[in-house]
Design a protein around this ligand. Structure first.
Ligand SMILES: Cc1cc2nc3c(=O)[nH]c(=O)nc-3n(C[C@H](O)[C@H](O)[C@H](O)COP(=O)(O)OP(=O)(O)OC[C@H]3O[C@@H](n4cnc5c(N)ncnc54)[C@H](O)[C@@H]3O)c2cc1C
Ligand code: FES
Length: 258
């Protein structure tokens, strides 16, 4: 898939709580064609201001091609994400996109999507793409508290949505792997994105039940295009592999569990 370097305009930044922000961006007509993007892919965002040199990788959270609109869910963790979530509406943002591979969805009829923290971002795009094909996915979202499980209304319109929270405020008390749906539900594919420890636990359960599972890794990245090797993951049978170009989505069986 061709990569583009484009200047988007920030339409709005919505404070979702718990340090999470939804950035709505639009591509002005003079920037040309709105690129094709698929669930699982990410963008490299240049941080305006010149204090943060490296672009920051952020998953594509939703795309509305007709409106030339792209959504990013950004968790504020350091300087780069602080700048990105404090921009004025109308600011310009330089994005390199679309990067990375995509979730495999061909022939899948009964998917389970599991997201934790800002790892729910690619799950919204994935849920939307299933819904557009007439498939209502099962969705399981986990967070520390109710406030940490964001964009719930959007997920609920797209799929049968379940929750877990560490605090017990919303859904099942505990982690996503404590939810009965993961133990009892019949699915032909599980997709997961979130903290690595969560993805490994989900992957182990999926593999034990014989359900195919894809994980989306969020390894630290610099270039995002396969040039610096700082994102490598040591995969089963493949050795060191660039997550930015070969991933970020991998079959869970390739991920070393220890
Ligand atoms: C493919 C991919 C998709 C991503 N999608 C999203 C997304 O949709 N939304 C989002 O908010 N974030 C996402 N991230 C993580 C995001 O890129 C980092 O949080 C961001 O680069 C941090 O930049 P910073 O300058 O704010 O923080 P820094 O100053 O660089 O770091 C601050 C703290 O965050 C930690 N950190 C930095 N990068 C990561 C990371 N990749 N994973 C875990 N901890 C990290 C650092 O170790 C440090 O403790 C994604 C990462 C990858 C690789
Ligand atoms: S981030 Fe540079 S090679 Fe992957």
């Amino acid at each position: 898939m061709k990569k583009y370097s484009l200047r988007f305009t920030l339409l709005s930044t919505l404070d979702l709580g718990a340090g999470n922000y939804l950035l709505r961006l639009t591509l002005p007509l003079h920037e040309g064609i709105f690129p094709e993007m698929a669930p699982g892919q990410f963008v490299q965002v240049a941080v305006p201001g010149g204090y943060v040199l490296l672009r920051r990788p952020i998953s594509i959270c939703s795309v509305f091609a007709e409106q030339r609109e792209l959504w990013l869910l950004v968790g504020r963790v350091g300087q780069g994400t602080s700048v990105l979530t404090n921009l004025r509406d109308g600011s310009e943002l330089s994005l390199l996109l679309p990067l990375g591979n995509t979730f495999s969805t061909e022939g899948i009829k009964n998917p389970l999507l599991i997201g934790g923290g800002v790892g729910i971002a690619p799950m919204l795009f994935l849920a939307r793409s299933f819904a557009e094909r007439g498939i209502r996915p099962t969705i399981l979202l986990g967070g520390r508290t109710k406030e940490h499980v964001v964009l719930r209304d959007y997920f609920e319109t797209l799929g049968n949505t379940h929750y877990t929270t560490d605090s017990g405020e919303l859904g099942v008390h505990g982690r996503v792997t404590d939810h009965p749906i993961l133990h009892e539900g019949t699915f032909d594919q599980i997709y997961t994105c979130g903290p690595k420890v969560m993805m490994l636990a989900v992957a182990k359960m999926a593999e034990a039940r014989g359900i195919s599972c894809e994980v989306s890794l969020e390894n630290t990245m610099a270039c995002g295009i396969g040039a610096c090797l700082c994102c490598v993951e040591d995969l089963e049978g493949k050795g060191n592999t660039c997550v930015c170009t070969e991933g970020p989505v991998f079959d869970s069986r390739l991920i070393k569990k220890n």
